[in-house]
Write a protein that binds this ligand. Sequence first.
Ligand SMILES: Cc1cc2nc3c(=O)[nH]c(=O)nc-3n(C[C@H](O)[C@H](O)[C@H](O)COP(=O)(O)OP(=O)(O)OC[C@H]3O[C@@H](n4cnc5c(N)ncnc54)[C@H](O)[C@@H]3O)c2cc1C
Length: 403
Amino acid sequence: MLDFEFSREQKMVQKTIREYSQAELAPFVKSFDKEGRIPMDVIQELADIGLLGVSISKEYGGIDADPVLVGIIAEELARGDISCAIPTFYLVEASWGHILDLYGTDAAKQAILPDVSKGTAFLGIAATEPDTGSDLGNMRTFAEKKGDKYVLRGEKMFISGIREVTQDMPKGGGYVTLVRTEPEKGTRGMSLFYVPLKDTPGITTNVLDDWGRKGISAGGFAMEDVELPEEYLIGEEGRGFYICMEGFDYARAIIGLVCCGAAMSVLEQAMDYIKMRSTFGNPIAKYQGVQFKLAEHWTKLESARLLAYKALWTYGKARESDKIGRFEVTKICAMSKLMAPILAFEAINDAVQWYGAFGYTSDSPLHLAMEGVRSYYWAEGAMEIMRIIVARELLGKEFVAYR
Ligand SMILES: Cc1cc2nc3c(=O)[nH]c(=O)nc-3n(C[C@H](O)[C@H](O)[C@H](O)COP(=O)(O)OP(=O)(O)OC[C@H]3O[C@@H](n4cnc5c(N)ncnc54)[C@H](O)[C@@H]3O)c2cc1C
């Protein structure tokens, strides 16, 4: 049977996080962005409510929520923090905490997950390199086994949370990091490691000056002969690329809800404004040129929202049974990420237009949402790569252009 209603528990979580997000995040979004960081007391609050260990198992301090519940929380956080900084902090930890929880050794999990759950350390993903992002098959970072250690060399770039890990979080943190272990085997010769950043010999970092979602940083790190215990290998050697893609699936579906949450919240704010602001003797909301756009944006966003929830539901179901294949999951998660950022950006762009010149001032916060959702045209995979994935799953792998 098909049921479009959230359960009692889901509704309760939705209501609680909505109230929290409206009261504690929405009024301060401009100041988080101006300061260029999420205040530590906010991170602590998120941890205290259980949101930072949301997809981590209870053994490591988390609450082990199912993917749909993880999505509900993401949507509500984005309704409050339309700049998407806190939702990004949340969704990166939810996706990659989940991957480490699933595939990591006890030693790697103990090294980071309890601190992620407590809000004292940050865990992110490091796949992109200075010379390659979309084409991860061409990445260069390399790990070599030496005795009971791995030695890593290479550089990661455009990585979310670098300043948080190296400067802000009391216990630092690190990254689920994709590297080559057998270069001649292509994607079958890649492995994932947990790489702690702070105070690790051989690591140097830099922070970039992004123009959006400034509450969370992005930057890079170089590894020069960084020694890691063999227990920090995540999953089997040679399986890293595929495990990493599983994490991207999860993150992409959550991003769908972050984009819809931010854009629908902006449209709601804009509805209040266009009812109040008049031109030519009428509230702007009376003009059908405005109404029709509003109706279309709302309809499209609701479709994207449903697709994102279906993607998360599918992701969860595929973990429970092998009736849903991995590629089906990858396809629907890419579909969600392909659609939501564009629809959200277009909706917010029109809402900013309805605000007139006031929309172009920093006193109106809507531009923060535009900048925030725009980051997802690249983050966790460029939009064009989402199209390649969906087309590949529809047509068959033999139709991938570069094969
Ligand atoms: C704010 C932000 C945060 C990020 N955080 C992280 C992070 O935490 N961890 C991480 O690993 N990465 C992160 N990234 C990097 C992100 O994953 C990459 O930007 C993305 O994968 C694209 O890689 P690239 O930037 O190297 O672009 P490239 O791969 O160089 O591609 C450039 C552009 O070319 C086009 N393009 C590329 N290939 C094709 C094709 N086959 N067909 C058509 N067009 C194509 C696309 O328009 C693409 O945007 C982040 C990015 C941003 C913007």
